[in-house]
Design a binder for this molecule. Structure first.
Ligand code: NAD
Length: 498
C-alpha cells in the first residue's frame, strides 16, 4: 500500500509525463485530423493535457490494426500458456506503476488518490492476473453423441472487440473488458470516456512492454457521439462490450442493428436499494456500510446504494447515525490522503447533481448536505447529502443521480420493502440487512438484481460475475462467465466407422 503524503502526491503529479495521443498498432499517434481536446482536473479546474480527438477515420485505422493482428494470429493463435505469461507480466507492470496509474485517474476524474492506489490500480493488476491464470485451465468439450460420431465443442475468440467504458473507474472499467477479451485471444479497440482517457493510454503502453503484439490492444480517445458511435457502427467489429449509461447502451443496440449485427453486451445504470430490517442487530455495521455504499467514489458508482429502505421502527435512530457518518465524509483535495471524498468528474455532472438536489429539497426532508462546495476556492465538490422520508415515486428516488445523494424511504412490512425495491427500471445490485437467515434468502430470491449483498454492500470480487438485469443491462464481467462475452462455441463433428 502506498504511504505517500499529500506533498509527495503533489510532487509526483508535477513530474508525470502524460500519454495523450491515440494508441494504434503499437504506437502513439496523433489523430488524423490533428484535433485534440482538453483533459481537465475537476478538483482544480486546470487543464492537465490535450488529448488526441479520434474520429471515424482513426477508429477505422484502429479496427484495421486490430483485424490484421487478429488474422495474423500472433495473439489469437498463441498457445494459452504463452498468452498467460504475457498477461501476468502486464499485471506485474501495473503493480510496478501503481502510483502513476492511480494518480492519472485521480487527476483526470477527481477520485481520491488513496482509493485509486489501494483499490482501483491493484484491482486492475488482479483482474489481468486472474484471467491470465484461467486461460490454460479451461478445457473444451466432447459432446455425448455415442459411437460413430465425435462432436467437439471448442471455444474460439470472437475477433475484434470494441470496448466503450465510462469515467467513474477509468482503469478498472477498461481492465474488466480488456483482461477477459485479451485472455480469450481477441484483439481490442478501447474507447475510454472523454473525461478520463489517461490511464487507458498508459495501460496500452504497458501492454506493449509486457509483450502483447502490436495491433492487439488499441486505444482511441475521443467523444462518444463521434468515436464511440463510429466503433458501434463499424462493420468489422465483432462485439461491443459497453459500460455506461442506459440511454447510450440503447444506442449501441441500434448501432449494431444498423450495421453488422455485432454482439452487444451492456453494463448500464443502477438505482440500487439497500434494505435495512429492524431485526439486524449490527446496526453499527449497517450504518457504516450504508454510508460507504452511497458516498464511496463520490457516489459515482453504478451499483451505489442510493435508495435506503429502512424499517420504520428504527428509521429515526438509523438516520441520526447516518447523518453523523455523512458529516465525517466531507470532500477534500483528492491528492490529500486525509480527504474522505473527492471531486465530481466535471462541471456538467456537478450541475446535474445540484439540480437533482434542488428538486429533492422541494419534495423531501433534507437532513444533511445539499450544497456544492469549493476546496481552495475551486473545483467540483458536493457535500454528502441525505434526504429523509422520500416518496418512492419521486424523481430523486427513481433516477440515477450518480453523485453523493441518498434517498431514505421508510417501510413497514417485508412485502412493502420488496415492492418498493423492485419498482425500478434498473436491476444491477441490492443489499439486505437482517439477522434472520430465512428472510435474507427469501428477500434475495425476490429482489430484481444481478448481485444481492447480505449484511454488507457492494459485494464484488474477481471470482463472481458482475452485471445486471432489466435496464441495467446484460452480460457479465469478472469470473469465468466473462469469457462467454468474448468467445463463441464451434462444433466440429467427425463421423467414423465403428
Ligand atoms: P455514458 O453512457 O455517457 O458514457 C459511457 C461511454 O459511452 C463513454 O466512453 C462515452 O464516450 C460513450 N458514449 C457517450 N455517448 C455516446 C454515443 N452517443 N455513442 C457512442 N458512445 C457514446 O456514461 P458515463 O457518464 O461515462 O458513466 C456513467 C454511467 O455509467 C452511469 O449510468 C453508470 O451507472 C454507468 N456505469 C455502469 C457500470 C456497470 O457495471 N453497470 C459501471 C460503471 C458505470
Amino acid at each position: 500500500m502506498s504511504e505517500l503524503t499529500f506533498d509527495e502526491w503533489k510532487k509526483l503529479s508535477n513530474k508525470i509525463t502524460f500519454r495523450n495521443k491515440a494508441f494504434i498498432n503499437g504506437k502513439f499517434v496523433d489523430s488524423i485530423s490533428k484535433k485534440t481536446f482538453d483533459s481537465i482536473n475537476p478538483a482544480t479546474e486546470e487543464i492537465i493535457t490535450s488529448v488526441a480527438e479520434c474520429n471515424e477515420k482513426d477508429i477505422d485505422a484502429a479496427v484495421k490494426a486490430a483485424r490484421t493482428s487478429y488474422e495474423k494470429g500472433y495473439w489469437s493463435k498463441m498457445p494459452p500458456a504463452e498468452r498467460k505469461a504475457i498477461l501476468l507480466k502486464l499485471a506485474e507492470l501495473i503493480r510496478l506503476n501503481l502510483e502513476e496509474l492511480a494518480l492519472l485517474d485521480s487527476l483526470d476524474m477527481g477520485k481520491l488518490v488513496l482509493d485509486a492506489v489501494t483499490i482501483d490500480a491493484p484491482g486492475s493488476a488482479m483482474f489481468f492476473q486472474w484471467h491470465a491464470e484461467a486461460i490454460d485451465k479451461m478445457y473444451d468439450e466432447i459432446a455425448p453423441t455415442g459411437p460413430g460420431d465425435l462432436a467437439m465443442v471448442t471455444r474460439e475468440p470472437l475477433g475484434v472487440i470494441g470496448a466503450v467504458v465510462p469515467w467513474n473507474f477509468p482503469l478498472d472499467m477498461a481492465t474488466w473488458k480488456a483482461s477477459a477479451a485479451l485472455a480469450a485471444g481477441n484483439s481490442l479497440v478501447l474507447k475510454p470516456a472523454e473525461q478520463s482517457p489517461l490511464s487507458s493510454l498508459r495501460l496500452a503502453e504497458l501492454a506493449i512492454e509486457a509483450g502483447i503484439p502490436e495491433g492487439v490492444f488499441n486505444v482511441v480517445p475521443g467523444f462518444g457521439e463521434v468515436a464511440g458511435k463510429a466503433l458501434g457502427l463499424h462493420p468489422d467489429v465483432d462485439c461491443i462490450a459497453f459500460t455506461g449509461s442506459t440511454p447510450v447502451g440503447k444506442l449501441f443496440q441500434q448501432y449494431a442493428g444498423q450495421s453488422n449485427m455485432k454482439q452487444v453486451w451492456l453494463e448500464t445504470g443502477g438505482k440500487s436499494p439497500n434494505l435495512i430490517f429492524a431485526d439486524c442487530n449490527d446496526l453499527e455495521s449497517a450504518v457504516n456500510m450504508s454510508a460507504f455504499g452511497i458516498f464511496f467514489n463520490q457516489g459515482e458508482v453504478c451499483s451505489a446504494n442510493s435508495r435506503l429502505l429502512v424499517e420504520k421502527s428504527i428509521q429515526k435512530e438509523f438516520v441520526i447515525r447516518l447523518i453523523e457518518k455523512a458529516k465525517e465524509t466531507q470532500p477534500g483535495n483528492p491528492l490529500d490522503p486525509q480527504s474522505k471524498m473527492g471531486a465530481i468528474v466535471n462541471e456538467e455532472q456537478t450541475n446535474r447533481i445540484v439540480s437533482y438536489i434542488e428538486e429533492g429539497k422541494e419534495r423531501a426532508d433534507l437532513v444533511t448536505g445539499g450544497n456544492r462546495v469549493f476546496i481552495d476556492s475551486k473545483g467540483c465538490f458536493i457535500q454528502p447529502t441525505i434526504f429523509n422520508n422520500v416518496n418512492p415515486a419521486d424523481t430523486i428516488a427513481k433516477e440515477e443521480i450518480f453523485g453523493p445523494v441518498l434517498s431514505v424511504i421508510p417501510f413497514e412490512t417485508e412485502e412493502q420493502a420488496l415492492k418498493i425495491a423492485n419498482e425500478s427500471e434498473y436491476g444491477l445490485a441490492a443489499s439486505v440487512w437482517t439477522d434472520d437467515l430465512s428472510r435474507a434468502l427469501r428477500v434475495s430470491d425476490n429482489l430484481h438484481a444481478g448481485t444481492v449483498s447480505i449484511n454488507t454492500v457492494d459485494a464484488l470480487n474477481t471470482v463472481t460475475p458482475f452485471g445486471g438485469v432489466k435496464q441495467s443491462g446484460y452480460g457479465k464481467d469478472l469470473s469465468l462467465h466473462s469469457f462467454n462475452k468474448y468467445t463463441s462455441l464451434k462444433t466440429k463433428w467427425i463421423k467414423y466407422k465403428t
